[in-house]
Design a protein around this ligand. Structure first.
Ligand SMILES: C[S@@+](CC[C@H](N)C(=O)[O-])C[C@H]1O[C@@H](n2cnc3c(N)ncnc32)[C@H](O)[C@@H]1O
Length: 285
């Protein structure tokens, strides 16, 4: 969605307010907002202040600190949810190859910062094709900290221009175009929606409600928002939820070399828990 610049004089927003927002967001999610993000914060929260009828950020933040629903709305407004279908397409080819090489009778994938759903639906399309089945034995757990994007993902309805990176063949197979009041939108068909279990999971928290021994963890374009010690802690925990033949996929700018004692890089920001790495890297070369 295009951000509309706000008139920065409408609400009183001091340096202390900005520091408070940064602290609240960091405590909640681990996201470290740079000093340069002051205008972004103003723009993202102005609508919340308007809806609460307050003129000062300080007053609004008091509400946020005592009202759980407003806290959630505030945190949701502050997350960056940029995503697209088949973003970094090589990762989907690698996942398809992982499936074809193993033909596992059951596969579990965790998509750990799923945003509005384009990423888990791209995984689901990849799995249908890789297993050559409309009901592949695949469970996808798609999670995010932001409850608004999770609701969007669950609805599975997208403006047609969001589908520009989906081939015509896939659009016809996996999406239903709306008409009448739904013209200009397409809905993901149930075949994909039933493969995905949406959950709210905070990567910073110590309690991840997940099944054991996942086959693939895909966590892209979120670690960059965290400080290195938190990135490290999360990456190390990924090793504990993956099975021995599992694979971790991160975003293109998220190099996890500091966890080299646990993961071996396979190239293109894909990783294998140590011990099993050689077999997969050989089969892919
Ligand atoms: C830029 S989007 C990336 C979406 C997708 N993975 C992709 O690469 O296209 C980052 C997502 O991470 C989520 N996020 C931020 N902090 C998080 C946390 N502590 N736990 C879980 N998700 C978080 C945001 O809500 C947002 O939807």
């Amino acid at each position: 969605m295009q951000a509309v610049a706000e008139d920065e004089h409408e609400f009183n927003f001091t340096a202390a307010d900005f520091a408070r927002v940064r602290r609240l967001l960091h405590d909640h999610s681990g996201i470290s907002l740079a000093e340069s993000k002051r205008s972004m914060v103003y723009n993202r929260l102005a609508r919340r202040l308007r809806s609460r009828g307050v003129r000062h950020f300080a007053q609004y933040l008091d509400v946020v600190e005592r009202d759980g629903a407003e806290h959630e709305a505030c945190m949701n407004a502050l997350t960056t949810n940029l995503t697209s279908f088949f973003r970094e397409p090589h990762h989907f080819e690698i996942m398809a190859e992982y499936v074809r090489a193993r033909q596992l009778p059951r596969l579990r994938i965790w998509c750990a910062a799923a945003s509005t759903g384009e990423e888990p639906y791209s995984i689901a399309m990849t799995m249908v094709e890789a297993y050559n089945s409309d009901s592949p034995p695949v469970e996808i757990i798609a999670s995010d900290i932001d409850t608004d994007v999770l609701a969007h993902a669950q609805r599975g309805v997208y403006a047609l221009d969001r589908l520009s990176t989906v081939s015509e063949r896939r659009r016809a197979r996996f999406f239903q175009r709306g008409d009448g009041p739904n013209a200009g939108f397409a809905r993901v068909r149930p075949l994909l929606r039933t493969m995905i279990d949406y959950r709210k999971i905070n990567l910073q928290s110590d309690a991840w409600a997940l099944p054991d021994a996942l086959d693939i963890v895909i966590c892209r374009n979120v670690l960059i928002y965290f400080q290195p010690p938190l990135q490290q802690r999360i990456v190390r925990r990924f090793a504990t939820v993956l099975g021995p033949d599992g694979m971790l996929i991160t975003g293109h700018s998220e190099n996890i070399t500091t966890a080299g004692d646990i993961f071996v890089a396979l190239g293109q920001t894909t990783y294998k828990p140590r011990g099993e790495a050689r077999r997969l890297s050989t089969s892919r070369s």
